[in-house]
Design a protein around this ligand. Structure first.
Ligand code: SF4
Length: 419
């Protein structure tokens, strides 16, 4: 099949998105026992997964469960702390590029356990080198914030807080089993966050949700205008996990993204068309340093906690609980070691990097070389993408998706996956 035919055959297939590999069995030949080695990676980010939520939204693909009682939460945090200690004992001379605490909903922890999480974070970074552009970030929801939690974040150095909104429309949210927060309540929490020392607030929105339309998107944009966060992230609904009859066509998704894009740019947010992160500050990609390093530079990251993902220069790993149908049955007090470790050839590592880069709509050719993939490997594909006006080469040498290419960005990036 030619590259043009391959693109044609994939462009309307929702499975080609930012997921890679499409199926875990695609990597079966690379699976190895034991932990993923970071022997060759001393500059990396840490990620802690808190799998607890106050609500279970039907569009969510993360490993999460309803928030358990305080003792279970505490045992989970202690198990994660144990895993971090073990990792630090094994690898000295680490320089941290970033540190995200996500989930799930980290702010759904009880007050006491949220304080424990902050202590755990301080212990995790103690003794490590910190990169000059390090910017830790934590996720939350409006209905799980408290004054005490905001104070704790700011005091412990989390100056970026990412809050899920997804949609301003109550019927869209209810359809997906998600509660609503009023604009006045959101506004009052943002004021408190800024007053307590949080410098950047990111609000997450989604498009492609059942019930969303031009009217609800304009309503979302009005909400952004009133709340005035420093950053906005737009996630396209990935249809891997839901019934395909609810999914929109590529043209409809493109139309919804375009509405958001135009609205946000008019308000003064900066982003390239095709990028999913928007920021008031032009010098800022609209992401934490963990995400920036991971998305733009394909840097190594080590995930702690249930089902967390890690990537080093030799492979990718997923912690225990990754495929759990009932994650609450996977809670353990003795840690969350890698359950699936894959030692990957360079073409597979490069493919994983390409899938992650698709969120940003750009990738670095020189980074692909670092993975051990010669650029000539992609020459034919690049020629096709650039020749068809689907991608272009920026002045910085990176390859960017064009507005034309963005309609089918998943299929487009997949052309660079391992053959
Ligand atoms: S609150 Fe966030 S993490 Fe929890 S289920 Fe909803 S979308 Fe997923």
């Amino acid at each position: 099949m030619t590259i043009a035919e391959l693109f044609q055959s994939r462009k309307n297939d929702p499975r080609w998105n930012t997921s890679y590999p499409l199926d875990p069995s695609d990597w079966a030949a690379y699976r190895v026992p034991g932990p993923l080695s970071f022997e060759r990676d001393r500059r990396l980010s840490f990620y802690i997964h808190i799998p607890f939520c106050k609500q279970l939204c039907s569009f969510c693909e993360y490993t999460r469960m309803l928030c358990p009682d305080e003792d279970v939460q505490k045992n989970y945090l202690l198990a994660v702390a144990y895993d971090i200690d073990r990792f630090k004992q094994q690898y000295q001379d680490i320089t941290l590029l970033g540190f995200d605490i996500g989930g799930g909903t980290p702010t759904s922890l009880s007050e006491a356990n949220f304080s424990l999480l902050m202590e755990l974070y301080q212990k995790a970074i103690a003794g490590l080198g910190i990169d000059v552009n390090y910017e830790p970030s934590i996720e939350g929801t409006f209905n799980t914030l408290s004054d005490h939690k905001l104070e704790g974040m700011a005091k412990h150095g989390f100056h970026r807080l990412s809050l899920g909104v997804q949609s301003s429309c109550s019927s869209v949210l209810h359809h997906h089993h998600r509660g609503t927060s009023s604009e006045s309540m959101m506004s009052s929490w943002l004021e408190k966050a800024w007053n307590k020392g949080i410098k950047k607030v990111n609000l997450d929105f989604m498009y492609g949700l059942y019930g969303q339309n031009d009217f609800t998107i304009h309503q979302d944009l009005e909400l952004v205008r009133h709340l005035n966060p420093q950053q906005v992230t737009l996630y396209e609904l990935r249809t891997n996990m839901i019934s395909t009859k609810e999914s929109l066509t590529k043209e409809e998704l493109y139309g919804q993204y375009t509405l958001y894009y135009k609205g946000l740019i008019t308000m003064g947010y900066k982003a390239r068309f095709g990028q999913n992160t928007f920021s008031i500050d032009e010098a800022d990609e609209g992401v934490s340093s963990y995400l920036r390093e991971r998305m733009l530079n394909g840097a190594a990251y080590k995930g702690f906690g249930m089902s967390a993902q890690s990537m080093s220069s030799t492979g990718v790993a997923y912690n225990s609980g990754k495929l759990a149908v009932m994650p609450q049955n996977e809670l353990k007090s003795d840690g969350y070691p890698e359950q699936f470790t894959y030692l990957l050839p360079s073409a597979e590592l490069a493919s994983k990097y390409m899938a992650i880069s698709a969120y940003n709509g750009s990738f670095s050719l020189s980074r692909l070389k670092d993975f051990g993939v010669g650029v000539e490997y992609f020459n034919e594909t690049l020629d096709f993408c650039i020749g068809e006006g689907l991608m272009y080469k920026g002045e910085d040498g990176r390859i960017y998706v064009s507005p034309k290419g963005f309609m089918h960005y998943g299929a487009l990036f997949s052309l660079f996956y391992s053959k």
